[in-house]
Design a binder for this molecule. Structure first.
Ligand code: SAM
Length: 289
C-alpha cells in the first residue's frame, strides 16, 4: 500500500532526513492523493507496463506507480533524495532508482534494459524549466514510448494543445502535435504541492502517434520552417521565412509556394495548420531544387 501522498506523511519524511529543498531542482512535492490517483488513472498503468518516472522526489508517485506497473525506473538528479527513495520504496521489488540527470542519461538504454526496447510509459512531475527540453528530447530521439503523462505549468498546457489562430499557438504546439495527441487531464492548484509553487499546473497526457499525422519530405526542414515562422511573429510568413537565412528560399519562392496552396502572400504563420506547414515545407523543398 502506498503510504505517501499527504501533507503529514511528507513532513514526516522530510523531517526524518532533515531534507532541504533545492530551488535549482524545482522541488515541489505532490501532497494530494486525489491528483496522484488521477495521474495514474490517466497514464493507464497496468501490470504489463514498464514505466519511466522522471524526478521521483521522495517517491510519492513512485509508490502509486509501483503498485500497478510491472516495473518502474525512477531517475532523480538530487543525490540527497536517493537514501530517502531507498527507504520509501523499500517494500517494492519492481523499482530501480537511478541517480542521474534525465537530460544526460541514455534513455534508449533504460528502455532496452527495462523492456527489451519495447515502448514504455513515461510519467513525470517535472521542474518546469526542463519540461520543453525533455518532451522534445523524448520525441526527437525516437524513444520507444506509448505516452507521456506529465505535470506542466498551466501556461505550457495551453501551448501544448493550442490550435491555429490562438495566442498560445506556436512552434512548441506544432512540434508536440506532430508526434502526439495532447489532452488535459486535470488542472492542479498550487495548494496540492509542498512547497507551493507560484503558478497553477495541469496534468497532460501526450499519446504518441504510430506515424506522424502529416507526411513531411524532410522533418528537419519542416521544423526549421515552423521555427522561422514563429521567430518573427509580427512579420508576415513571407518575410519571416525569407529573413530566416537557413531555409535557402527567396521571397518570390515563398510567394509561389503559398499561391500554389491558394494562400495569400500576406498570411501570418500563426494561422497555418500542421498540414499546411507540411505542404508549404514540401513545396519549398521542390521549388528550391
Ligand atoms: N515526483 C515528485 C512528486 O510528485 O512529489 C517530485 C516532483 S518535483 C516537481 C521534481 C523532481 O525532479 C525533484 O525531485 C527534482 O529533484 C527532480 N529533478 C529536477 N531536475 C531533474 C533532472 N534533470 N533529472 C532528474 N530529476 C530531476
Amino acid at each position: 500500500m502506498a503510504t505517501l501522498g499527504s501533507v503529514q506523511s511528507t513532513i514526516e519524511i522530510l523531517q526524518k532526513y532533515q531534507f532541504v529543498f533545492q530551488k535549482k531542482f524545482g522541488q515541489n512535492f505532490l501532497v494530494d492523493k486525489n491528483i496522484l490517483e488521477k495521474i495514474i488513472e490517466a497514464a493507464e498503468v497496468t501490470e504489463q507496463d514498464c514505466v519511466l518516472e522522471i524526478g521521483p522526489g521522495i517517491g510519492t508517485m513512485t509508490q502509486y506507480l509501483a503498485e500497478r506497473a510491472k516495473s518502474v525506473t525512477a531517475v532523480e538528479i538530487d543525490r540527497n533524495l536517493i537514501p530517502i527513495l531507498h527507504d520509501t520504496l523499500s517494500s517494492y521489488d519492481n523499482v530501480t532508482i537511478m541517480n542521474e540527470d534525465i537530460l544526460k542519461v541514455d534513455i534508449h538504454r533504460i528502455v532496452e534494459e527495462q523492456n527489451g526496447g519495447k515502448p514504455i510509459k513515461v510519467v513525470a512531475n517535472l521542474p518546469y524549466y526542463i519540461t520543453t527540453p525533455i518532451i522534445m528530447a523524448l520525441f526527437e530521439k525516437r524513444v520507444a514510448l506509448q505516452s507521456i503523462t506529465i505535470m506542466v505549468q498551466k501556461e505550457v498546457a495551453d501551448r501544448l494543445q493550442a490550435k491555429p489562430g490562438s495566442k498560445d499557438y506556436g512552434a512548441l504546439s506544432l512540434a508536440v502535435q506532430y508526434y502526439a495527441s495532447p489532452e488535459v487531464i486535470v488542472k492542479v492548484p498550487a495548494s496540492c504541492f509542498m512547497p507551493r509553487p507560484n503558478v497553477d499546473s495541469a496534468v497532460m497526457k501526450l499519446t504518441r502517434y504510430d506515424a506522424p499525422p502529416t507526411a513531411a519530405k524532410e522533418e528537419s526542414y519542416l521544423f526549421a520552417v515552423i521555427r522561422a515562422s514563429f521567430n518573427q511573429r509580427r512579420k508576415t510568413l513571407v518575410n519571416g521565412l525569407a529573413n530566416a537565412g537557413n531555409l535557402g528560399v527567396s521571397k518570390e519562392m515563398i510567394v509561389e509556394a503559398l499561391e500554389k496552396m491558394g494562400m495569400s502572400p500576406t498570411v501570418r504563420g500563426e494561422t497555418l495548420t500542421l498540414e499546411q506547414f507540411t505542404e508549404l515545407s514540401n513545396s519549398l523543398l521542390e521549388i528550391r531544387q
